[in-house]
Design a protein around this ligand. Structure first.
Ligand code: NM2
Length: 519
């Protein structure tokens, strides 16, 4: 082990903060829950509008960057070639940023909106159905991916153009933090995001395990309890541990590609063999709804709640704001990862690639799996809503997939994909956590370090899942992600500042090269 390479304050800072939050949740669960729930209500009730604002502003900012001359800047030097081909790049990007939650929410999110629709629609009405097919696309759409992409821009710029061999969020804030980057302030920025990611990962884990468990029940008829969950966790941890250990060019790349092709098989099959016309029409319709209502949805803050004739639905807080917060806690990690895999691409390619491939991937999951469920519901073939309300959402998800012809095979593929999606998020997560705990990176972070964070990523969520308190940790991480709003603003500002400083001067000296200089 190379001691001098490690950034111990960050390493221990993140661990200590995690233990300091998780331990009281195990020892005093009720008290912990009350405190954290209160904090969450305070933040999403009072500052929800900030989340909505950040989402909208970032989205517009990214489009500006992509289409301005900054978009043409190449991330690297004249010799740098794109390290991964575009399909692999897109597959890695998607697999890192999206975990098994997409299989969960992609299949079932509509059923929640169908029963509790937005904008005062009648539950179960035609209006509710149209919103139900649209809102999922919105919450997993361009704004969400813009939140993911923003940190990638300054991080990639400093890493590949200014050639600072450090993969850290604090490093990308250097133009603002100045010498404090190397002091405690820089450490706080990094520790905060690491804590957010560890908690956000808990949310992913908490959704994935019962989902995989429901798949197990489907095949064996045995009720999945804690024992089964424990086995699932050990298997998943083993998979992503190996993947993180073997690194970016082996485990992570291969697993991401498997993930991509299995998704193509699953979705392609349901689309072709299932109600193709219904699925195409519904997707087309909801894209139109989304385009038409994009700003309305993105800025709906339910201002008149509980005033006069207005009843409170809590929809924006429970869904949009919660989602933006959840994307936000993952964003620095995804940004770091996207930056790491984008050498040789232009900023425009990176930004538009993230927005377009990310949104399209989510659209296909929601549009095919979710609308397939809706089709079953409306045609009376299988009631997703009944199963969800009377058994569990997980059972309704597996029940939906089980309606596909060759159901045994496809439920198996579905469950396998859930495991792989979980693994591909956690392997890149451990890779990035390891990178942040190093003073510099010599190609890849240390192996033991990657393995260490793979275990840390799995353990607290597992412990809290068994002992109770996981939900509190999830909420805590979302609340803990609040400062990320300001970190995002710093990242955006740092980038514009740096890129202006580096503008080619009148002597023709250039810090960076434009895409067209290469051709
Ligand atoms: N997001 C995409 O579990 C997962 O899919 C990880 C979740 C932020 C909603 C990310």
């Amino acid at each position: 082990m190379n001691r001098s390479i490690m950034d111990w304050p960050t390493f221990y800072g993140a661990l200590v903060l995690l233990i300091a939050v998780a331990l009281p949740l195990v020892l005093f669960p009720d008290w912990g829950q009350a405190v954290v729930t209160g904090a969450n209500e305070m933040v999403s009730g009072n500052f929800g509008v900030l989340y909505l604002l950040v989402g909208m502003v970032l989205f517009i900012f990214l489009l500006y960057i992509a289409f301005s001359r900054y978009g043409r800047i190449v991330l690297g030097s004249r010799e740098s070639k794109a390290e991964f081909n575009t399909i692999t790049w897109a597959a890695m990007l998607f697999a890192a940023g999206i975990g098994s939650s997409i299989m969960y929410w992609g299949t079932i999110e509509w059923a929640f909106y169908y029963q509790d629709p937005p904008f005062g629609a009648e539950p179960g009405s035609t209006e509710a159905i149209e919103w139900a097919t649209t809102y999922g696309l919105f919450h997993w759409g361009p704004i969400a991916w813009a939140i993911y992409c923003l940190p990638a821009i300054p991080i990639a710029y400093f890493f590949y153009v200014r050639k600072r061999p450090v993969l850290k969020v604090s490093e990308a804030c250097r133009p603002i933090l100045k010498h404090h980057t190397d002091g405690w302030l820089g450490t706080v920025v990094d520790v905060l995001f690491m804590f957010g990611l560890l908690g956000g990962a808990g949310t992913t884990m908490a959704l994935a395990t019962p989902l995989i468990g429901a798949g197990f029940t489907h095949f064996t008829g045995i009720e999945a309890g804690m024992g089964v969950y424990a086995v699932i966790l050990v298997i998943a941890t083993a998979i992503f541990g190996v993947s993180a250990y073997t690194g970016l060019r082996r485990g992570i790349r291969v697993l991401s590609n498997v993930n991509f092709w299995l998704s193509v098989v699953l979705l392609g099959f349901i689309f072709i063999v299932g109600p193709t016309v219904f699925l195409s029409n519904t997707m087309m319709n909801s894209i139109g709804m989304l385009a038409d209502n994009f700003f309305r949805m993105g800025m709906w803050s339910e201002p008149f709640r509980n005033m006069g004739p207005f009843e409170q639905t809590g929809f924006p807080q429970d869904w949009t704001i919660f989602y933006w917060a959840w994307w936000l806690v993952y964003a620095p990690f995804v940004g770091l990862f996207v930056a790491r895999i984008s050498r040789g691409r232009s900023i425009r390619e990176m930004v538009l690639g993230t927005l377009i491939y990310g949104t399209t991937g989510c659209l296909l999951y929601f549009g095919i799996l979710g609308n397939f469920g809706l089709y079953l519901e409306l045609s009376g073939q299988y009631s997703v809503v009944d199963t969800m309300n009377n058994v569990s959402p997980e059972a309704a998800i597996i029940g939906t997939v089980a309606q596909v012809p060759l159901s045994g095979l496809f439920v198996l593929i579905f469950v396998l994909l859930a495991v792989i999606f979980l693994a591909t998020t956690f392997d890149s997560g451990s890779y990035i956590l390891a990178s942040v705990c190093q003073k510099y990176i010599d190609d890849e972070p240390e192996r033991w370090n990657r393995l260490f964070w793979a275990v840390v990523l799995a353990t607290p969520s597992a412990v809290l899942m068994f002992l109770g308190g996981l939900e509190t940790l999830q909420t805590a991480s979302i609340v803990g992600g609040f400062p990320l709003i300001f970190i995002m603003a710093m990242l955006a500002y740092s980038f514009t500042k740096a890129v202006k400083e580096d503008m080619p001067n009148s002597f023709g000296q250039k810090y960076y090269i434009y895409r067209e200089d290469l051709d």
